[in-house]
Design a protein around this ligand. Structure first.
Ligand code: NAD
Ligand code: ZN
Length: 257
């Protein structure tokens, strides 16, 4: 059952999307929870319990103790490799295919947007497709390395030089990939509508992008289970499950065509 408020908001989002000339999506871990990958902030997921993020998930921590990093990421990597896109990822891919959405800017490393068929995806925090030797910078396909690690728990080492191999995801203390960030900023500047989906908007500089869009005249719609720090600035806030409401918006737009 959905309240009338939510029904009304869904109609408004559908109308905004139909009218927009340059709509983009900005997504976070919350778009993938329905695929079985926990976000970082839900208390029950345990990913941040008993760990100091700066100790394990930072580039300094990684260099000091790669084993601790790999042990921490192991359950997340395992869930990610076994996950499939959900209805929210498919909704975004469908809107792009119909010309209603220009790009997806994501903080996720799970690759589920591209697997759902989205073409223009800016992965600000990297991905688990590739991994790079921290010494000689040889690039490897990440999935077999990660699968091996999930099985045996042994940190992957470079066959060429013997150094540790790091998945191509961005840790605390690392720069965001320059080309992706520039392209994402360009998309945000040009946007007239931003759908922020499943992000606490707590991680910077990524979380600056919806604000950048707003300063340039875009309407910001936030679809998130919990309140976010930018709710007061948004044009519309929908506190709802993205995997439930995005397909509902798709449905409405099909009905109104
Ligand atoms: P976050 O964990 O800070 O916030 C996620 C937000 O999504 C929360 O506010 C939560 O209420 C909301 N949410 C959860 N399930 C939802 C649903 N079904 N529908 C709507 N909203 C839902 O995530 P973030 O803002 O992306 O920042 C976390 C950082 O962790 C990012 O840098 C990201 O790289 C990384 N991360 C990625 C993944 C992934 O790739 N799937 C998973 C965990 C963390
Ligand atoms: Zn090497």
């Amino acid at each position: 059952m959905m309240t009338r408020d939510i029904q009304e908001s869904l109609n408004r989002v559908a109308a905004l999307l139909a009218q927009a000339k340059h709509a983009i999506a900005f997504t976070g871990a919350g778009i993938s929870t329905a695929s079985g990958i926990p976000d970082f902030r839900s208390p029950e997921c345990g990913l941040w319990n008993n760990v100091d993020p700066l100790a394990v998930a930072s580039i300094y921590g990684f260099r000091q103790n790669p084993q601790a990093f790999f042990d921490w990421i192991r359950p997340l990597a395992s869930l990610t490799l076994n996950a499939n896109p959900n209805a929210a990822h498919y909704a975004l891919a469908k809107w792009e295919a119909k010309g209603l959405l220009k790009a997806v800017i994501t903080q996720n490393i799970d690759m589920l947007h591209t697997r759902a068929g989205s073409k223009r995806v800016y992965e600000l925090h990297g991905h688990l497709r590739e991994a790079t030797c921290i010494h000689c910078f040889t690039v490897y396909a990440a999935v077999p390395l990660i699968q091996q690690f999930i099985e045996d728990g042994v940190v992957p080492h470079c066959p060429k030089c013997g150094s540790v191999i790091k998945p191509n995801l961005i840790l605390f203390g690392e720069q965001l990939p320059a080309r992706e960030l520039m392209a994402a900023k360009e998309a945000a500047r040009n946007a007239d509508l931003v759908l922020v989906i499943g992000s606490s908007l707590e991680v910077f500089p990524a979380a600056d992008l919806p604000l950048l869009a707003q300063r340039n005249g875009a309407k910001v719609v936030i679809i998130n289970l919990e309140p976010t720090r930018f709710d007061s600035l948004a044009y519309l806030v929908l506190q709802a499950d993205a995997a439930v409401v995005l397909p509902q918006i798709v449905h409405r737009m099909e009905l109104s065509q």
